[in-house]
Design a protein around this ligand. Sequence first.
Ligand code: N7H
Length: 483
Amino acid sequence: TLDLNNIQGDILGGLPKKTETYFFFDVTNVDRFKANMAQFIPHVKTSAGIIKDREAIKEHKRQKRPGMVPMAAVNVSFSHLGLQKLGITDDLSDASFTTGQRKDAEVLGDPGTKNGDTFTPAWEAPFLKDIHGVIFVAGDCHASVHKKLDEIKHIFGVGTSHASISEVTHVRGDVRPGLVSAHEHFGFLDGISNPAVDQFDQHPFPGQDSIRPGFILAKENGDSRAAARPDWAKDGSFLTFRYLFQMVPEFDNFLESNPIVLPGLSRKEGSELLGARIVGRWKSGAPIEITPLKDDPKLAADAQRNNDFDFGDSLVRGDQTKCPFAAHIRKAYPRNDLEGPPLNADIDNRRIIRRGIQFGPEVTHQEHHDKKTHHGRGLLFVCYSSSIDDGFHFIQQSWANAPNFPVNAVTSAGPIPPLDGVVPGFDAIIGQKVGGGIRQISGTNPNDPTTNITLPDQDFVIPRGGEYFFSPSISALKTKFAA
Ligand code: N7H
């Protein structure tokens, strides 16, 4: 069984949060840092702690107490540069992690400039610097998080002459207000589909795939790289952080300008349908594979049904009527397109656990009127897996950015046969065009599935920073990172 007292809480379960601050730091004095870590570690929220917090929240609701349970939970994660700084030279057996995201950005397709062999992504300045680690604090409100973060900064002497770390930058995420609190900035309900992890998620929802813990946690059952990894890596997980800006008025304008024309649909409904077909779910969260032409908010709100689908044999038949092959959720997790016949491929190693949070303000009247973004907003994208190479890096490069995928996808079980005349195109949400060209997707019109639609030159999601980290177990924090 998993030792839930030894695993950081954001990985399994997720830190309960209305707001979250990511504090990126460099280690400036290794000896002092290791000494400070001994004081810091008791603050780290474990997966067992998360279960207790959930119970407290449930009890609070059951007793109909007002407001929210005051809460602030802390986790910590280190980059490859951070490990090097601390003199930890073990190879964690993940090329993306070792390379670091700044150097990986060209392969990911991030915009940037090339000077000779050197690619510099068009990121915010702090993310172009070396980052050793990130401490993140999630909580019920800004006051709880500030207070906790101040305590943590105090432990490391931040800003004083005896500091052991210095701030590189910090970013704050906030869930959106009111009725859209669980929705991301384009307006779609998020956080519906994550894999269930054996031994932790006891009661998976219908349609929620169970995976062995080793696909998320290093050196657990299922980790194909276990043998190559040092013992202390056990029960740690790689954290991918991406600072993703979303061009919301531009996205809305694209939908408004290109409504899908179908008998009986108003222009507005045609625009909503286009959005749903780009994502694979309606804004409510209802999957279009189950309800292709009309939203179904009741279905969306029902956790027993809202993830209970696969794509049937539609890929084999080349049929995009219900869900385009390039819909974001189909590109990022193709379900039985690969796992079903004829390939029966095992893609559990592509699964990630997503833990993002929104940042930035709501769209203003002015932005809506100008159809143009004036204020930065988007997603602090975070995901966990026991390999970045097999998880985030692969999904971004080989699925989202690859116009042909899943047609002609080559898996360990063989290739998918080509379909006459159908090129699925990019993932319109996160697919990046890598070196120019136009971005197209097919299958947005259910009545005319081979017609391509061309996406605007400017992507709707723009990466402006990021890094790859490793979130060690509590015992590893004590033995390798503290003195
Ligand atoms: Fe995505 N969106 O609003 O369109 N994502 N995503 N994502 N995403 C999902 O099923 C979104 C991003 C995955 O299991 C939903 O929980 C946005 C990256 C995966 O069926 C919505 C951004 C990567 C899934 C969005 C963004 C992924 C998924 C449906 C960036 C990895 C699960 C809600 C700003 C490379 C698929 C849900 C499944 C779902 C959106 C980023 C991957 C609405 C706006 C970078 C694996």
